[in-house]
Ligand binder design. Structure first.
Ligand code: SF4
Ligand code: SF4
Length: 414
């Protein structure tokens, strides 16, 4: 659907500028084209034919983190990030998709085995130093023009996916009569595996059966890029694995996946055959912090005497309104001291693979987060999104801080 269909929402911008203070990109660059007011002005100019679609629009359309902070600070609550996704979609229809994204969204992400093979190739390249060399020679710019610098954000890449150690299938649990489906996010599967292992241990402790799904990507990366058709196809492939009455609840330890699966009904029209399935699946999906808040009492002894703080993933705090649950859990850990971080819901700059194409901006946003982390004097920084874990871990290394970055499931029962 053309961006012109959203003219009324775009025209609600009264140009007050209150979004400036909340926007991590504007606070870094000071550029009007990088804040909601400026981005909406560009969309309005496109609709009113005062501006033409061109490659020059790539930056104002794609340097947004999609963090949603502007909407929280906007009196008419204009959903700028959603509108930008519609605009990205029209941009792709007009200007064309990049070949690397066609490969990723059409040929790799719909197939877990191919994702695992691709991740293994990346791991071998990364861990042997080949990708660093290739990046330095400019051979991998196809992944993003800042690949050479962004390559170091991931310290070490696991060679095997989580689902090699924990094959998809049903596992018996020791908890109450509850059938849980575990949706495995790509980031947990291929990078943040200790988080996945900790989550599975908790799921098995508190339920009678855990079904590790053979799901593909949730579709969020394609959606964020503006490839709405690709994200719909990814969702369509996942729905038959999760719908019906086989499971009481679907849990994922990636807040980004959880937020997007809850949005699945928006991908389809009322007439699509998938719509009912999408509603059913969305209604049963829980971010792991929501699920844990209802099921588990923290009992970790490993955090005794430690200061713990929490970073809100944008897809948890703004995408799902989950703020209180992880904090309540952390405050209950025996002997641990919870300390609130200033601007805890300020984006970390991870935003999927943002740094591959906007490394400097991603680092400016990350540096602000690290400055706030330093004020807490925390020993452990906890969050619930693997992309945030990767970005924050790099931030800690970049600033030489003695802070461990962990997923919530890794700290509440150990
Ligand atoms: S806060 Fe909202 S209404 Fe005000 S300038 Fe920003 S986008 Fe427009
Ligand atoms: S979504 Fe975030 S980065 Fe994008 S304009 Fe809004 S506040 Fe700025």
């Amino acid at each position: 659907m053309s961006i012109s269909a959203y003219y009324d929402a775009i025209a609600q911008c009264n140009k007050c500028g209150f979004c400036q203070v909340a926007c991590p990109i504007f606070r870094s660059t000071g550029n009007e084209s990088g804040v909601a007011r400026g981005r909406l002005a560009i969309l309005r100019a496109l609709i009113e034919d005062r501006l033409q679609w061109s490659r020059e629009l790539e930056d104002p359309l794609y340097d947004c983190l999609l963090c949603g902070a502007c909407t929280s600070n906007c009196f008419p609550a204009i959903p700028t990030s959603d509108l930008l996704i519609k605009a990205r979609s029209e941009y792709l229809d007009t200007i064309g998709r990049k070949s690397i994204h066609r490969l990723l969204f059409d040929k790799i992400l719909p197939y877990p085995k191919r994702l695992h093979l691709a991740a293994r190739a990346v791991a071998l390249g990364k861990n042997s130093g080949v990708s660093k060399l290739a990046g330095a020679l400019g051979l991998l710019r196809i992944f993003g023009h800042d690949f050479a610098r962004a390559e170091r954000i991931i310290d070490r890449f696991p060679v095997h996916p989580l689902r090699k150690s924990f094959r998809p299938g049903v596992y018996q649990g020791q908890g109450r009569n509850l059938r849980v489906a575990y949706f495995v996010g790509c980031g947990v599967d291929t990078i943040s595996q200790s988080a996945g292992e900790a989550t599975l241990s908790l799921l098995m402790r508190f339920s009678s059966a855990v079904h590790i799904l053979d799901n593909n990507c949730c579709g969020l990366p394609a959606w964020s890029y503006g490839d709405i058709a690709a994200s719909r196809k990814l969702a369509e492939r996942n729905l038959p694995l999760m719908d019906g009455d086989r499971f009481d609840v679907i849990v994922t330890d990636c807040s980004s996946c959880a937020a997007f699966i809850k949005k699945y009904p928006l991908l389809f029209t009322d007439n699509d055959s998938c719509t009912e399935r999408a509603r059913d699946v969305a209604s049963k999906t829980r971010d792991v912090s929501e699920w844990l808040a209802a099921e588990a009492v923290p009992s970790s002894a490993a955090l005794k005497g430690k200061r713990v703080t929490f970073h809100d993933p944008c897809h948890a705090s703004r995408g799902q309104k989950i703020v209180k649950q992880p904090r309540d859990l952390l405050k209950q850990i025996p002997g641990a001291e919870f300390v609130e971080m200033p601007e805890a819901d300020w984006c970390c700059g991870g935003a999927g693979a943002y740094a591959l194409s906007h490394f400097d901006l991603a680092m400016q946003v990350l540096d602000r987060k690290m400055e706030n982390l330093g004020k807490t004097k925390a020993d452990i920084l906890v969050t619930t999104c693997p992309a945030c874990i990767t970005q924050l871990s790099f931030g800690v290394r970049r600033h030489g801080m003695d802070v461990k970055v962990k997923h919530l499931t890794e700290v509440i029962q150990s």
